[in-house]
Design a protein. Structure first.
Length: 200
């Protein structure tokens, strides 16, 4: 059965849609998402290509912190696994990427920094947590590889892939109001550790 509590969202995302999402909600994503790991983020923030010179329009886009396992057969690419990678590696670049390219959503795992949260509040962007260890299951939600950029430069795992998805599941863990489940968990964990140290 489908989760009645899930919110269906479609890319490209509008600012209105993003600002309506709240921490704790489950979303089902339809449309195109773009993979982007360390090298793509470094390229976007370092080279700063003009949006018109890029093959993909990132305005309203969802970027997925993912190095997919992709096989090629008969001239076609197929995604075998597409689990999330740790988002902290990209957080030094993310505020610029969000503000400069108009990205509205980030999918990953582990959350991101206060600086990224600030950029999300200012621009209207949301962080979506995907389930780790479920790469093969998530790949089933990818219906088509629509294109790829920087493949020769960075290789399959680090290239930017445009992936058409249907009801791709994720959970809102950082929203555009500044709320963050990750920050709350970190705060609670520190308080509990301090209490243990102090024998409370």
């Amino acid at each position: 059965m489908k989760d009645k509590a899930a919110v269906k969202i479609e890319t490209p995302l509008s600012e209105e849609t993003v600002r309506s999402l709240r921490v704790g909600q489950k979303v089902l994503i339809n449309g195109t998402i773009f993979t982007a790991r360390d090298k793509v983020h470094g390229y976007l923030a370092g080279k700063r290509p003009h949006p018109e010179d890029m093959p993909f329009n990132l305005a309203g886009a969802i970027m997925y912190h993912c190095g997919p396992v992709i096989m090629e057969k008969d001239g076609r690419f197929n995604v075998i696994a597409a689990g999330p990678t740790t988002s902290q590696r990209m957080q030094m670049y993310e505020p610029f990427v969000i503000s400069h390219y108009g990205v509205r959503g980030i999918i990953g795992k582990g959350g991101m920094s206060a600086e990224v949260a600030e950029a999300m509040m200012e621009s209207g962007c949301v962080y979506l947590h995907a389930i780790g260890g479920a790469g093969a299951l998530l790949a089933e939600k990818i219906k088509k590889v629509e294109g790829v950029w920087l493949l020769e430069e960075f290789g399959r795992a680090e290239a930017m892939w445009a992936l058409r998805v249907e009801e791709f599941p994720a959970f809102v863990t950082m929203d555009s109001t500044g709320a963050s489940i990750h920050a709350e968990v970190e705060k609670t964990s520190k308080e509990r550790l301090l209490n243990l140290i102090q024998g409370r």
